[in-house]
Ligand binder design. Sequence first.
Ligand code: ZN
Length: 55
Amino acid sequence: MMKIYHICECCQQIFDNTEVDGPEGAIGLQGICDDCANELGLYDNHTTSTQHFYN
Ligand SMILES: [Zn+2]
């Protein structure tokens, strides 16, 4: 089993991990956890720009 760690590039925390078939081992994938996405306003931004577009 290969373990995939999703590491937040913002806070360096492992926020998710998955196992897939394959050779024994582990790899890290960079990403952004929900907390940081919220803090960075990634979700807000999307909503705001959509509303702005409508206005
Ligand atoms: Zn984070």
